[in-house]
Design a protein. Structure first.
Length: 324
């Protein structure tokens, strides 16, 4: 990979030059400040990965990450925070700014090698899929692949507060677990009758619908510290700090009201009747990294089960009413 490392400490840059030369076939370039890094990225569109320190003069790592996401060609480039800042507020800030991963200094060389290999695999997969970003009518961006849209495969949504891609969310949860920063809750939201909605819409209309639900979800969670991602199959998985969200039925009602206010329609003018259900929430408490990631899958399964249960009950209600 062609990598840009950004750090105001020349010793760290020299160390990275030495280490990365031994952990893979990588071409490392360096910058000593955020403005210098952005200038380099504007001038050259072929960097595959960016390593960012958080605490730097002029611009911190989160500010640099947010700015580089707006540069053409860098909307999906993996960004790893490589920093001494270990408090949760810095981790939250980095991922919400668009970071893909977060590794603390002093870093373990073997772990850095593993992380870079994973990011390289991500770069290759996105390149093979021909991923680009398209703007939706709401003004937000969604990733589009050259192949046909699958109902099951997640896609990336940009420019909505709190919404990240699913790879970043997995790394975020793993980071909280590894750093033993517990106390956040994990839950998921699933669109009901998603298969029917997928069949009755074009690929573009389906993506626009998902983006609109993401916007409603972000608005409904406003006031909470949260990170969420679209996980595919009409489901969003959310990580919310603390135990302040105790009434999930009330939250689901507010979210459904927010969705209805968007008055979603297909491109041909046909209305979309979109409703969601919320699954069971679990706290991230004393979990290993692997188990913490399992919580994301469990949350999605719970929400999808709840969506099917609600729709089955509605079908029974209408069937009984017709029979009577």
């Amino acid at each position: 990979m062609k990598i840009l490392a950004v750090d105001d400490d020349p010793f760290i840059l020299e160390l990275l030059m030495e280490i990365i030369g031994h952990v893979g076939d990588h071409d490392l370039h360096t910058a000593s400040s955020g403005p210098e890094a952005l200038s380099i990225l504007h001038a050259s569109k072929d960097f595959d990965c960016v390593l960012l320190d958080y605490q730097m003069p002029e611009m911190n790592g989160a500010e640099v990450c947010r700015a580089l996401r707006l540069i053409a060609g860098y909307a999906q480039t993996p960004v790893m925070m490589l920093t001494a800042m270990s408090e949760k507020r810095y981790i939250d800030s980095a991922f919400l700014a668009g970071a893909s991963d977060y590794l603390n200094k002093p870093f373990d060389i073997a772990e850095l090698r593993v992380r870079l290999n994973l990011l390289e695999s991500l770069v290759q997969a996105r390149r093979q899929a021909g991923v680009t970003f398209e703007q939706t009518p709401s003004g937000h961006r969604a990733s589009v692949e050259t192949g046909p849209l699958s109902i099951y495969k997640p896609f990336e949504i940009r420019d909505i507060d709190g919404i990240v891609d699913v790879v970043a969310l997995e790394n975020y949860v793993s980071k909280l677990s590894r750093a033993r920063l517990f106390g956040s809750s994990v839950f998921a939201v699933s669109i009901r009758r998603i298969e029917q909605l997928f069949l009755q819409t074009t690929a573009f209309d389906f993506q626009c619908m998902i983006v609109d639900v993401a916007e409603a979800l972000s608005d409904t969670l406003a006031g909470h510290t949260f990170v969420a991602a679209y996980a595919g199959s009409g489901s969003f998985v959310c990580v919310v700090e603390g135990a302040r969200m105790n009434d999930y039925p009330a939250f689901t009602d507010r979210l459904n009201i927010a969705i209805q206010r968007l008055e979603m329609h297909c491109s041909n003018g046909a209305p979309l009747n979109v409703r969601v259900s919320t699954g069971q929430a679990n706290r991230i408490m004393w979990q290993s990294g692997a188990t913490a990631l399992d919580l994301l899958s469990q949350a999605v399964n719970s929400a999808e089960h709840e969506a099917r249960r609600v729709e089955a009950n509605l079908d029974d209600f209408w069937y009984i009413g017709a029979s009577a």
